[in-house]
Ligand binder design. Structure first.
Ligand SMILES: Nc1ncnc2c1ncn2[C@@H]1O[C@H](COP(=O)(O)OP(=O)(O)OP(=O)(O)O)[C@@H](O)[C@H]1O
Length: 296
């Protein structure tokens, strides 16, 4: 008997979103298995926030479809409870205290875990009586992560979660995020320009550029299928069937193939995640400054 295909975390078919005449997502097809920690990367304006806002039901597709954990996003109260979302600017209610946020979370979410919320607030050193409007950007991000996780969702969605954090706070935040994913048995998707963060926590990668998915897949699998060819004296020239040049560069190329490195002409070496992302971003024509930004 064939194995049952588990319900994917995200399943997009022909997903298109237009704002007026601006197409922010164009005909996106995507199937991401559940249980993964997904890194969504791409230059400014690529459509990352649009995809994440569609996934949590804050936006409606112009055409095509998107299913999240098997349902239309925000299809019902039960489905809303399955998804925790932290928006790009980690919004909080400025006049509410930290403790008020937890009380509100408890009122609004059927599976609220007050123990998890309080433990976490203590761990990151937030004062329950502090008004959220007086928190620093990093503390706000920690509060928003806590509220999202205490819902005990099946899927956590983060739009650039660590952007406001200093490097030490970012390390702590990413470690907490991974603890939550493990403790809740949740899937997660996070957008970021920080490829080091993506490399540290994600096992699945989506590169979005110019409103389209350029490449998506399991990180280890992607790294195994991409190679850097060193071709002395210029470009790689003709290559065997089944070898696709992603980015040609002086003295070589980044290529994608199912062939083992030993069967490739020229010296073939591994690519880093950063090289892979940059190769797809430059192929899609991202402006040079944004390609470099993606590497940071
Ligand atoms: N509300 C809106 N009205 C009109 N255009 C919009 C709106 N929101 C986004 N866009 C446009 O859609 C495109 C995709 O934007 P989006 O915010 O999804 O990109 P992004 O990849 O998240 O960018 P960044 O990395 O800068 O956050 C951009 O060209 C943007 O200007």
């Amino acid at each position: 008997m064939p194995l049952e295909d588990p319900v994917p975390m995200l399943h997009a078919e022909g997903l298109t979103k237009r704002y007026g005449r601006r197409e922010a997502l164009s005909d996106v097809d995507l199937r991401v298995p559940a249980g993964r920690v997904v890194g969504l990367v791409g230059p400014n304006g690529a459509g990352k926030s649009t995809l994440l806002n569609l996934a949590c039901g804050l936006l409606e597709p112009t055409s095509g479809s998107l299913r999240v954990l098997g349902s239309r996003p925000a299809a019902s109260a039960a489905h809303l409870a399955k998804v925790g979302f932290v928006a790009q600017n980690t919004p909080v209610y400025p006049s509410f205290s930290v403790a008020d946020h937890l009380r509100l979370g408890a009122r609004l979410n059927p599976s609220w875990d007050q123990g998890l919320a309080e433990r976490r607030i203590g761990q990151v050193g937030l004062n329950p009586n502090q008004k959220a409007g007086r928190l620093s950007g990093g503390q706000r991000a920690q509060l928003a992560l806590t509220v999202a996780a205490a819902k005990r969702p099946e899927l956590l969605i983060f739009d650039e979660p660590a952007a406001a954090l200093d490097p030490l706070a970012r390390q702590g935040f990413l470690a907490n995020l991974m603890e939550f994913v493990a403790e809740l048995g949740a899937s997660a998707v996070l957008s970021s320009h920080l490829l080091g963060d993506i490399e540290q926590v994600c096992d699945y990668l989506i590169v979005l550029c110019d409103s389209r998915v350029q490449v998506a897949g399991d990180v280890r699998d992607l790294l195994a299928r991409h190679h850097r060819l060193a071709a002395p004296g210029g470009g790689p020239g003709p290559l065997p069937a089944g070898v696709e040049v992603v980015r040609e560069e002086h003295g070589g190329a980044v290529v994608r193939t199912g062939l083992p490195a030993s069967e490739l002409p020229f010296r073939a070496g591994p690519v880093t995640l950063e090289e892979l992302v940059l190769a797809y971003m430059s192929r899609a024509g991202a402006p040079a400054a944004q390609v470099r930004e993606g590497a940071r």
